[in-house]
Design a protein around this ligand. Structure first.
Ligand code: TRP
Length: 332
């Protein structure tokens, strides 16, 4: 890892399901970011078990996320791709950071409160500690920037508070991480309710497109996409459904919004919606095929995450050694 480049750390839940929204909003830019930054992508399986998981599914989905990231253009030679549980320093630093996190501040985390009410039968200590493990993820790599959605800003703030507290007691140890909201990221809305963000947890399966969806499913979802009674194909605040489809079509084809409006001037939704569907099918086809290929070729995938864990462990160990020395642990 080059010292001159800034470090970006990103944690991704092994839910296995990435949407077109995730892709157009963030992942699409990863291949560009990796040229400019030292990028570390970690599949956070240890975070995942704070809610009950089916073990076989967790294993499968962890590999699926990795494969999809590579298929989207992340180059394991340029970026570091690894699985959280393969680098013990995450758990080790989390323990130390626990002792520098106040019970009160952890209690204020809104995601903990949300998840506690959602999983009332399993409000475990790991769920409470989730943000401290996340702080360890970030601080271990002397991370400058963390790409996250707004729902994670409070966790970044906590990581900064912990880092500042530790640095204050023991002198500079951790780089202060900043949240990174990508400028080029497009916000893709639900196909069923274009006033809401596209989300894989939506009950309505037709409201989102998954990177791994089959072409016929993608076509069906776009044909059913909600529009409005005025049939003009133009970008407008009054036409959130049509505007969302124009954004998607424009990003999928590389055509400007102007060009798209001209292309479909005088035409109706009956022509427009299938055209968007086809553009998305073609956009996602190589990603789906590459992912399927990688999942069949387990040896390659294994070599990627092993090598990634090796690189990550080396960087993480440097930070952890410093931390252990500062708090007064005897050198091994
Ligand atoms: N909590 C993040 C989410 O749900 C996932 C995550 C875990 C993460 N560790 C991280 C994100 C470190 C950024 C940095 O999306």
């Amino acid at each position: 890892m080059s010292e001159a480049k800034k470090t970006i750390f990103s944690g991704v839940q092994p839910s296995g399901k990435l949407t077109l929204g995730n892709y157009l909003g963030a992942i699409r830019n990863f291949p560009i970011l990796q040229e400019e930054y030292n990028c570390i992508y970690c599949v956070v399986d240890m975070h995942a078990i704070t809610v009950r998981q089916d073990p076989a599914m967790l294993r499968k989905q962890t590999l699926e996320v990795l494969a999809q990231y590579i298929a989207c253009g992340l180059d394991p030679e340029k970026s570091t791709l690894f699985i959280q549980s393969h680098v013990p320093a995450h758990a080790e630093l989390a323990w130390v950071l626990n002792c520098y996190t106040m019970f009160g501040e952890a209690s204020r985390m809104t995601q903990f409160k949300d998840k506690s009410s959602k999983h009332a039968d399993n409000v475990n200590v790991g769920l409470f500690d989730y943000p401290v493990l996340m702080a360890a993820d970030i601080l271990l790599y002397q991370t400058d920037m963390v790409p996250v959605g707004v729902d994670q800003l409070q966790h970044i703030e906590l990581a900064r508070n912990i880092a500042q507290r530790f640095n204050g007691v023991y002198s500079d140890t951790f780089v202060m991480p900043e949240p990174y909201i990508p400028k080029a990221g497009a916000k893709i809305m639900s196909l069923a309710d274009p006033t809401r963000k596209m989300s894989k947890s939506d009950e309505n399966q037709n409201s989102f497109v998954l990177l791994m969806d089959k072409p016929e499913d993608i076509m069906r979802k776009f044909k059913r996409a909600v529009t409005d009674s005025d049939s003009r194909i133009i970008m407008s605040d009054e036409k959130p459904g049509v505007s969302n489809l124009i954004t998607i079509y424009s990003l999928a084809t590389g055509k400007s919004v102007d060009e798209v409006e001209k292309e479909f001037a005088g035409k109706g939704y009956g022509e427009f919606k299938p055209a968007v569907g086809e553009a998305v099918v073609e956009l996602l086809r190589p990603i789906r095929e590459k992912t399927e290929d990688l999942l069949r070729n387990k040896d390659y995938l294994e070599s990627v995450y092993r090598e990634g864990a090796g690189k990550a462990a080396y960087a993480a160990r440097k930070t952890l050694d410093k931390v252990y020395r500062k708090v007064g642990f005897v050198k091994r």
